[in-house]
Structures are given as C-alpha cells and as structure tokens.
Design a protein around this ligand. Structure first.
Ligand SMILES: [Zn+2]
Length: 506
C-alpha cells in the first residue's frame, strides 16, 4: 500500500466568556516535528487523543504524519484574536506547502471563542477544507463540551466527540478518529446529519456514568454497526455564550443518509423528551459547612470532598473565589484542606518566609459578585513549599506536565490551604499532596475548584456519594439563570422553561 500522508494540526481551548483573556504566552505551541517527537516520546505532553490517533494510524498501516502546528491550552477566557488569526494563517501556509495529502487530522476542543469571533474552530475547519479540497478526508476530535457550528460540520468529514465526563476516553477518541480515517482511505465517504437542540445543559447534569447525558450517549453507541459509523452527542459549554450553543447530535453513516437521519432525529427526540433531567441540584454552602463540621468531629465517618462549582478552574474559573475558604475557616471545621487557592503574592511571601515561618495573610480573591474580595487571617504558618512543577499521576490526564509556579501549604488554625502562583486546570494531584507532606487519608474535608475530573483522580480516597457539589457564587456557577447572557440563542432550556419546540424533520 502506498504510504498515506496525513497532516496533523490543531487548536485547543475551552473559552468562558467571563474569564480573563488567554494571551499568546498562555498557549503551548507545538510546531512541525516537535509534534511527532512528543507523541513518540515516553512521556508525551500533548493530550491523549493525538497519541491515540497516531497509534490508530500505526495500526491502519503505512502512513506518514505531516505534523504542522498545534496550539494548546486547557480552559480560560476568550483567546487573543490576533494570535488565533496568525495561528490559522500559519497552519494554512504549512498545509499549502505539503500538498497533495491523503488526509487531515484536526485536534480540537471546539468551545473556543476569541476576543473578536465566536467560531474560530469553524474558521480553522473551513480554511483547511478550502486548501485540501472536498475529496481529501478531514477528521477531527473534540471535547463533548464543544459548541458546534454548522461551519464545523460542513467542513469536516467526521467529528468524533469524547463520550465520557470525566474525560477518560480521550485516547480512545483519537483511535476512533484514526479508524474512521482508515475506512475513508479505503474509499468510504460518510454522510453526516446533525441537529442542534435548544438545550444548554448545566455542566453538573453531564456526568456520563449515569444520568440523562450518559443515557443518550449509551443509546447512541448502541446503534453503531454496519450502517452507522459514529455518533457524537455534544452537550456544549454554556459559558462560551455564543449563538451556536446548544446540545448537538451528530450522526455519521457509512453511506446511507436515511439511516443517519433516522438516528439523528431519534436521539434528538429522546434528548428533548428528557430535558427536565438536565438541571442543577446543588448543596448550599451552609449545608456543606455542616457536613464538614461533622466530618471533622466524627473520625470514624467517611471523609468529604466538596466541589466549589462557582470557581471550577476547568471551566475558566479564576481559582481564587473566597466563599468556601471563608465559610469553612469561620466554622472551625477540623481537618479541612482547601485544595487550591491561586494567589501569587501569598505564594511568593511564603517562599520568602520559608518553612515554619508565620505571618499575617491577606488572601486576595476574585471580585465576582463581591465588593471586597479579601480575607485576612491573623496568623498563617508555612507548612511546606514546592516549585510547582510535576506530572499528573492519576486520572484522565495522567502524565501531563503541570507548572503551577511556586506553591505553598499554609496552616490557618485547623485548616490548610494549598496556595498556587498560577491556576493549572487539573489540581491538585495526590502524589503532589503526598510530596508536600500530606497524608490524603487523614484529610477530613477536601475542597476542590473542579467539577468532574476529580471524580477520576480522588476516587481512591473518597466515596462517590461523599463528593458533594456546592452551590458557590462565581464565573462558573452551574445555576445558569444567575448569569447574564448576551449571545445564547433564546429561548433555551433550562434558562427558559416554558416554550414549544419540536425536533425538525430532515
Ligand atoms: Zn470537557
């Protein structure tokens, strides 16, 4: 078989419109051979779908990766528009120089906005299609928190979305994209049908082990077979606040357009009929504090993990809202660890003071929804220090390098706070905590600024039923009626509740 030349390129960012702009320095850019070198190394830095794609292509047979450029960042605010424009231009320039190609793989998150544009991902897909032409297969992988534009669907042959939240199937998703591309290289031309629903699900309703989203995804997967090639049920990312938001069903059939239409309609019907289940159901701060008090006193009971949902770093939270820190400190609950608080000044201060030193601390927090974003504590003690560079040791992102800048563990009365200089998306890591002298099994209440990933990281230490989703104010609150929306298509469930809609027929 002739060696197949496949271009590798991508952009990856999940944008919360209310979070600080992601400047060019914040992106990790892999160019040319650096991509292949990283993927083929013992500990790749790139996300796992790229690794899965390479392995899947190796399995397919003779191929030559033509690595162009990948700009990667986990989550944040809108990307700097100039940087994204330059990135797309660079990719296009590279692509033009390597024609003819047998195929293209695009690594993508699918929920990026820029400071000027709400669909840079679609712009990339379209630019790629314009260069390679309609006959060259283009496959992409996306996060299931992607906001799908028609431009994305029209310019990719197949869009393969994650199927799990927490995202433990990124590698498999890359392999699936490679398998689909393999079939296309053998000659199939998939037909794709898609429907966007007026549902913007709160992210807390999107865990896939059980619940309405898991049910839809499982149903879709049960329909794969000789006719249906891929089913991607993409929930979207509300906080991007774009006109393309909405739960999106995308079905790719091998050749039968009716099969794609039937299944796409069927899944959309099921989703719409089940919409009341896409809701938030959270625990108040007061109740969470009560639970922490009990956990701190009753050492024979199970330890508690509190998810600070208003400040979910993985969705663009700033990592420094004060609500939980303040409430738990004032309550005097014992054995509490605030798993992260981003405060570069405090981290620097602790590093200058050294282990064992005490000082008066002023926690500087996010000013979202509060006029005075400070919290003073008369005496904190530096328990341990760390340079902040490590690799994730557990969960979906195992092996990914993290640089949080200098970090410190502070003791405030009966509570501890891990203070970081920056805000890495997955935080903290069990091995890191142990390296800093903490015995995780002795923590009675762990507070994390995270929504779902922790379930696959701390499952060894905390029972799922003791993982409590707390209703804290902030930029990433899942209570969607609290946010002001500028661009969401309206009406949209569950922000708007009383409106008629029916699934459009093909
Ligand atoms: Zn996601």
């Amino acid at each position: 078989m002739k060696t197949k030349k496949i271009a590798i390129l991508g952009m990856f960012l999940e944008s919360n419109r209310h979070s600080p702009i992601v400047t060019r320095e914040k992106f990790r850019v892999f160019e040319g051979e650096a991509i292949t070198l990283d993927v083929r190394s013992d500990s790749p830095d790139l996300v796992k779908e790229v690794i899965g794609f390479f392995h899947g292509m190796d399995f397919n047979g003779n191929w030559e990766p033509i690595p162009l450029l990948i700009a990667h960042r986990g989550a944040g605010g809108p990307a700097d528009a100039v940087f994204i424009r330059e990135t797309i231009e660079k990719i296009c320039h590279g692509l033009t120089n390597v024609l003819p190609l047998d195929g293209v793989y695009i690594l993508n998150h699918g929920a990026m906005i820029t400071t000027e544009d709400e669909d840079p991902d679609g712009e990339l897909y379209e630019a790629v299609r314009n260069i390679v032409g309609s006959k060259t297969p283009v496959v992409t992988t996306i996060d299931l928190h992607a906001n799908i534009s028609q431009r994305m669907v029209d310019n990719a042959d197949v869009i393969v979305s994650y199927r799990t939240d927490p995202h433990v199937d990124q590698y498999d998703c890359g392999r699936e994209a490679a398998a689909i591309l393999g079939e296309m290289l053998e000659g199939i031309r998939p037909v794709v049908r898609n429907i966007r629903l007026p549902i913007v699900p709160p992210n807390v309703s999107l865990l896939t082990d059980s619940g309405p989203y898991g049910d839809l995804i499982k149903y879709g997967q049960s329909q794969l077979g000789s006719e249906i090639l891929n089913v991607s049920v993409v929930a979207g990312f509300a906080y991007s606040d774009t006109s393309k938001n909405g739960l999106h069903v995308i079905v790719a059939a091998r050749e039968n357009s009716e099969a794609a239409e039937r299944l796409c309609f069927d899944i959309a019907q099921k989703a719409w009929a089940d919409r009341e289940r896409f809701m938030w159901n959270l625990t108040s701060i007061e109740k969470a504090v009560e639970m922490a008090l009990v956990a701190g006193e009753d050492l024979s009971g199970k330890p508690l993990l509190l998810a600070d949902l208003g400040d979910n770093i993985g969705a663009g939270g700033t990592g420094n809202t004060l609500w939980m820190l303040e409430a738990l400190y004032r309550s005097g609950a014992k054995g509490v660890l605030i798993g992260s608080f981003c405060d570069p000044n405090l981290a620097t201060r602790a590093h200058e003071a050294g282990i064992g030193a005490s000082f008066k601390a002023l926690f500087q927090g996010d000013d979202w929804d509060r006029p005075d974003p400070h919290f003073a504590v008369d005496r904190v003690r530096v328990k341990s220090l760390h340079p902040g560079k490590f690799r994730i040791s557990r969960g979906p992102l195992t092996g990914i390098p993290v640089d949080a800048g200098p970090i410190c563990l502070l003791q405030l009365g009966d509570m501890m706070v891990l203070v970081t200089t920056s805000r890495p998306i997955v935080w903290p890591d069990p091995i890191l905590l142990e390296t800093m002298g903490l015995e995780i099994r002795e923590i009675r209440t762990l507070v994390l600024k995270c929504r779902s990933n922790y379930r696959a990281v701390f499952d060894k230490y905390f029972d799922q039923e003791m993982m409590i989703e707390v209703d804290t104010p902030g930029r990433t609150s899942p209570v969607l009626t609290r946010h002001s929306w500028k661009f969401l298509p309206r009406p949209v469930f569950p922000i708007d509740r009383d409106f008629e809609w029916s699934v459009p027929k093909f």
